[in-house]
Write a protein that binds this ligand. Structure first.
Ligand SMILES: [Zn+2]
Ligand SMILES: [Zn+2]
Ligand SMILES: [Zn+2]
Ligand SMILES: [Zn+2]
Length: 369
């Protein structure tokens, strides 16, 4: 007969294994609550809108980090104490630290524009908490609301792109609430109308002499000025809300129609009857220079910045570009262990630690000795 140990009435089942998911949902629920409050307060109490919006953003980023391990959202993970964590008694990470950990530990990439945008939001919140400006205490004027609307449209756009894209599998349960915030934030665009109307004559004039504008994905106005950085990389910068982003303008490999691809992970041909998916492979085939046996170095590279598991970077003009994470690099480096050429890579110590492609092999090799 199998003997059962009597259960201690004081000992809870080991919480470590199941808790993170539970904390995740709690934190996301709180984040959604902060965003809702921020939206409600926007017109009448902009100070609270700024503070709560920033808290919402911080909590979403923390929730993502928590999926790695609950101790990751503590200021010092080495002093992690689950009991204190469960009771909410801990010092947590700042936005800058969250972005740093998400980049280094969770392999997420943040563009400089996105990092700056989140940083500005945090600075603005800190100002509101410590030294609230006069403009916020009296009846808020239009100019002030316009600035906050632009700031929130931009930050939400970056965050929503993640929540809809790579992170959607984690946030599935909260999808409806997230889309609710997205729709409610569209109302902010009304506050940017005046700015758009003021700029419109200038934009029209520029278009008449050949400039190109596209719809801004953050504020929705046709006010994002397009410029070619280096074929096929283009950049669009919005004159209303300031959001900047890059995209690829490539010929469809099936029907040759020029199509704008924001993301090679999910971009497709703009021709309605064609509509085929345009993949990283298609773009690499088109833009990686043909192999030259005289040349010692290869022309396509792995990217250590985003650690995409396929080669995703090549030389464009006099710099290197990763089609996956849209980052530019000045040089390539070689892994000291496997000899692979990479962009965004620090070769120091790589003879022992390897690169992201070979690190397991490197570790096993040196552990053997
Ligand atoms: Zn915009
Ligand atoms: Zn096509
Ligand atoms: Zn990359
Ligand atoms: Zn390597």
């Amino acid at each position: 007969m199998a003997s059962h140990k009597p259960k201690s009435p004081h000992k809870a089942p080991n919480p470590v294994k199941n808790e993170p998911k539970q904390f995740f949902d709690l934190i996301v629920g709180n984040a959604i609550d902060f965003f809702d409050t921020s939206i409600k307060d926007f017109e009448k109490r902009p100070k609270y809108s700024v503070i709560n919006f920033c808290s919402g953003l911080e909590l979403i980023l923390k929730a993502r980090l928590l999926l790695e391990h609950w101790s990751m959202i503590l200021k010092s993970p080495d002093k992690a104490d689950l009991i204190k964590f469960q009771s909410g008694d801990f010092l947590s990470v700042t936005v800058v630290e969250i972005i740093d950990r998400l980049t280094k530990i969770c392999n997420e990439t943040f563009s400089p524009d996105e990092t700056k945008c989140f940083g500005r939001l945090r600075d603005h919140r800190n100002k509101m908490v410590h030294f609230c400006h006069d403009a916020y205490s009296k009846k808020p004027d239009h100019k002030l609301l316009e600035e906050i609307a632009a700031e929130q449209c931009m930050a939400w756009c970056y965050l929503h792109r993640r929540l809809k894209g790579d992170w959607s599998k984690h946030f599935q349960k909260h999808r409806q609430a997230i889309e609710g915030i997205n729709e409610a934030l569209h109302a902010h665009r009304v506050f940017l109308n005046t700015k758009y109307s003021t700029l419109k004559p200038e934009i029209d004039k520029e278009i008449s002499v050949g400039s190109e504008y596209r719809t801004c994905f953050a504020c929705g106005f046709p006010s994002a000025r397009v410029s070619e950085i280096q074929e096929p990389v283009h950049e669009a910068e919005c004159r209303v809300c300031g959001t900047r982003g890059s995209f690829l303008r490539v010929a469809c490999p099936t029907c040759s129609k020029l199509s704008d691809i924001d993301d090679v992970g999910s971009g497709s041909c703009e021709d309605e009857t064609c509509g085929v998916e345009i993949t990283l492979d298609d773009v690499m085939q088109e833009y990686v220079p043909p192999y030259d046996p005289k040349d010692e170095n290869p022309a396509s590279y792995y990217c250590a910045a985003c650690e995409h598991p396929e080669q995703s970077a090549t030389i464009l003009g006099d710099r290197y570009f990763c089609f996956w994470c849209h980052e530019w690099f000045d040089c390539t480096e070689q892994c000291g262990f496997c000899g692979e050429h990479l962009v965004g890579f620090d070769p120091d110590e790589s003879g022992f630690t390897g690169c992201f492609m070979c690190c397991i092999a490197a570790r096993e090799h040196f552990d053997k000795d």
